[in-house]
Design a protein around this ligand. Structure first.
Ligand SMILES: Nc1ncnc2c1ncn2[C@@H]1O[C@H](COP(=O)(O)OP(=O)(O)O)[C@@H](O)[C@H]1O
Ligand SMILES: [Mg+2]
Length: 380
């Protein structure tokens, strides 16, 4: 059994009791504590009696996501806490924290949001078997709020990956996005839309699988959505109807964001913001803007998915998939059991893998170089 006191709170690897800097991820406990905002739960907080919290992975308008450790199963997890900006605040004295929720009429917004967060966790839990969508493992209420427990995805954001490695070829982009798009089709069949698809909400696992995360803004696609409940919009990914107070949102809303994501993946450029396009539409077609070859056919499909008017876009993913992948669709491959396992011994992030393997690669290359040089010299 691993002693939780020996875990690095930045990567959940066993580093022993005495180290203040993690040799794997460089996490510095003291530096982390010193810059912690008061609304963040301190590292080593235990939730539901079995989840040990680590560092914060991200803070958004609706919640705070933490790295965590399952004390029973001894695996890393990601836990998202419902913490809507402006409706809740927290103060901590040492490890004792208390959450304050707004009073008055806004309180019902908080309660309503919490119930929706729970409903969406339930919906997501039904999609466990689909690749391309993060696995939900648990949900519970505590500290007057709710917690969504997910598999921890070892990988980097798709946006960061493109920035580092350059755009994907057309063939690669279409093939790696296919499982995610097909899984999103299942989400839509359950009547839910994601509403926040972008390269920042897609994680790339070390072997190339793409996983869609952040269902915090997902909603049942009931049509009109009042602006007050809408998310902070991502420039270049959010379609016009998300800017409008009574814009009709539906599968076509996700299709716009999906196309903007594909546009970015193949060009490395963010498409022009939809609201700007009203006065002057300068969206350059994908096959024109890319440096690599993109077929006119794919470019036309993406352009149609990025139509400003929702009614001119593909209305559902069935039609979009038929256009983008015209070959007969085999049924979506479900996750294999080993793909779902996350063992501590193989727990490396993409970045840390590179950190660990690159010195080894260099050593091997140097060894080979001197060996060949030695052989050559001995012949001369
Ligand atoms: N299941 C997960 N595995 C690994 N990292 C995650 C996971 N879920 C979220 N994250 C990290 O936390 C960040 C914030 O989570 P996200 O769900 O996108 O919320 P928000 O954008 O609302 O803050 C993500 O950008 C990602 O870096
Ligand atoms: Mg996000």
């Amino acid at each position: 059994m691993i002693d939780p006191n020996h875990l690095c709170m930045g990567c959940m690897r066993n580093i022993g009791a005495s180290r203040s800097v993690c040799p794997y991820c460089g996490f510095q406990k003291n530096e982390y504590i010193s810059r912690l905002s008061p609304k963040i739960l301190p590292a080593k907080t235990i939730l539901a009696g079995k989840y040990l919290l680590g560092k914060v992975l991200g803070e958004g308008g609706f919640g705070i996501t933490y790295l965590a450790w399952d004390l029973n199963l001894e695996i890393p997890l990601a836990i998202k806490e419902y913490f809507p900006n402006g409706l809740a605040s927290r103060s901590c004295y040492g490890n004792q924290c208390s959450l304050s929720i707004v009073s008055g009429s806004l309180r019902s917004n908080y309660e309503h949001g919490l119930q929706r967060f729970a409903d969406e966790a339930r919906t997501l839990a039904r999609l466990q078997k689909f690749p391309g969508i993060v696995n939900v493992r648990d949900f519970f209420f505590e500290n007057s709020t709710g917690y969504l427990v997910m598999d921890y995805i070892k990988g980097m954001h798709l946006g960061a990956y493109v920035k580092k490695n350059g755009p994907f070829s057309e063939q690669e982009a279409l093939s790696i996005m296919k499982p995610l798009i097909q899984s999103l089709q299942e989400v839509h069949k359950l009547g839910m839309i994601h509403r926040d698809i972008s390269p920042d909400n897609i994680l790339r696992e070390p072997y190339g699988n793409l996983i869609l995360i952040d269902f915090g803004s997902a909603r049942m696609s009931t049509g009109e959505e009042s602006k007050s409940l809408t998310i902070l919009l991502k420039r270049g990914y959010a379609p016009l109807e998300q800017y409008q107070s009574h814009g009709r949102q539906g599968p076509w809303t996700d299709i716009y964001a999906l196309c903007a994501t594909l546009y970015y993946m193949m060009s490395g450029k963010v498409s022009q913001e939809s609201i700007e396009r009203i006065s002057e539409d300068q969206l350059v077609p994908l096959h024109v803007i890319t440096e690599t070859e993109v077929s006119q056919k794919t470019s036309r499909i993406i352009q149609a998915g990025l139509a400003l008017k929702a009614s001119e876009r593909y209305q559902n993913l069935d039609a979009f998939i038929k256009a983008l992948y015209p070959e007969k669709q085999p049924s979506i491959p479900l996750k294999s059991p080993e793909e779902k396992q996350t063992l501590p011994s193989e727990f490396h992030t993409a970045e840390s893998n590179e950190e660990i393997f690159s010195p080894i690669k260099w050593l091997a290359a140097c060894f080979l170089f001197f060996f060949v040089l030695g052989v050559l010299l001995s012949y001369l």
